[in-house]
Ligand binder design. Structure first.
Ligand code: SF4
Length: 344
């Protein structure tokens, strides 16, 4: 495949799992653009591209990638479901005609928009090829959703997830550990698990909070209205969340570098005890070991807790930790957060 700049419009982001996918832009930005933690489309006004514009991009993409057999296409940006269903169906048919090797067409799924579609429209979209959605649940606790201005309730999120599943779509629900801060931590963990238990998504994808520079959450942090948790508190929150997942067969993953323990993944319910044991393994380390691991991990020197068995690597991390502690005494959690924010 050629590396030339594509001669068609591209949006700024795509999900991690869509790194090798064809990208086709159907909308620009996000129609809501008010979630406190999100800066993805902050300076962009929302618009729906016309069917003609999108089709001419598809034609250009087919010429540009001539002969490349894409198996997946991601529809950018934030809210493809805001297109009229007939227009979106038209685009999906056109896309598959020009890229017949596509097995999956994927999109972000915004609950507020999805619940305005009828079940038969959702089924038609799935049958036309839109068969995988990335849904930003973030939290299943209304107190947290309200505080971060998500613009939907937990009931909306559950309804949207169930609608997509019933239509035959594969769904990933994304959750942010630490989004409720210290104050709402327990509520966030328990009620998010309850929402996940109702949906039974194909994937439950956990992310740790990283407060982005320029976000409204950063302003809340500065005003003292939001209290960041330590790495240990975030893992305890994740433990409570995982412990409360019940009766579902989702694949649970920490598949983003922002997570401290990326090795915590597996199919529920079989892998639940093993995953809880991994979280406990971190929590039961001595304070010194935890500091060694969390700073080593955040500095990119460890990939998982098993890497601590490598004595040369561990000594190297210990030397870096000592230097950090001398320069910034008692500020390990702040440094971890600073490094975490860089990879969100
Ligand atoms: S999190 Fe999603 S819905 Fe919220 S502002 Fe960002 S893109 Fe829009």
């Amino acid at each position: 495949m050629t590396q030339r700049q594509p001669p068609f419009e591209l949006g700024p982001i795509r999900p991690v799992a869509e790194a090798r996918s064809l990208l086709i832009r159907t909308t620009r930005g996000c129609p809501w653009n008010r979630c406190d933690f999100c800066v993805n489309y902050q300076d962009m006004s929302f618009s729906i591209r016309t069917v003609d514009e999108i089709k001419s991009d598809i034609v250009r993409a087919a010429e540009h990638y001539h002969g490349h057999q894409f198996s997946s296409c991601f529809l950018q940006d934030g809210d493809s479901f805001l297109m009229k269903t007939a227009d979106l169906l038209d685009i999906l048919h056109f896309l598959r005609a020009h890229f017949p090797s596509l097995e999956r067409i994927t999109s972000y799924g915004r609950a507020a928009t999805m619940i305005r579609k009828r079940p038969d429209e959702m089924r038609a979209l799935c049958e036309a090829g839109l068969n995988r959605l990335y849904c930003g649940m973030e939290s299943g606790a209304d107190a947290v959703l309200e505080r971060i201005h998500k613009g939907v309730t937990a009931a909306d999120i559950v309804q949207a997830g169930l609608m997509a599943k019933e239509a035959g779509m594969e769904i990933s629900e994304f959750l942010i550990m630490g989004l409720g801060g210290r104050e709402l931590s327990e509520e966030h963990a328990v009620q998010t698990a309850a929402a996940c238990n109702q949906i039974d998504a194909d994937f439950v994808r956990v992310r740790s909070i990283g407060v982005k520079v320029g976000s409204r959450l950063e302003q809340a942090l500065e005003r003292g209205e939001y209290e960041l948790q330590s790495e240990e508190e975030l893992i305890r929150e994740q433990r409570l969340f995982l412990e409360n997942l019940d009766g579902i067969s989702s694949y649970y993953s920490n598949d983003h570098a922002v997570n401290l323990l990326m090795e915590v993944e597996g199919r529920l319910p079989a892998a639940k005890e093993r995953m809880l044991a991994l979280l406990d393994r971190f929590l039961q380390m001595s304070a010194e070991e935890r500091t060694n691991y969390k700073l080593g991990r955040r500095l990119g020197l460890y990939g998982s807790m098993d890497d601590m068995q490598d004595t040369t690597r561990r000594r190297h991390v210990a030397a870096r930790v000592e230097a950090i502690q001398q320069q910034y005494p008692g500020r390990e959690d702040e440094i971890c957060h600073f490094l975490r924010e860089r990879v969100v």
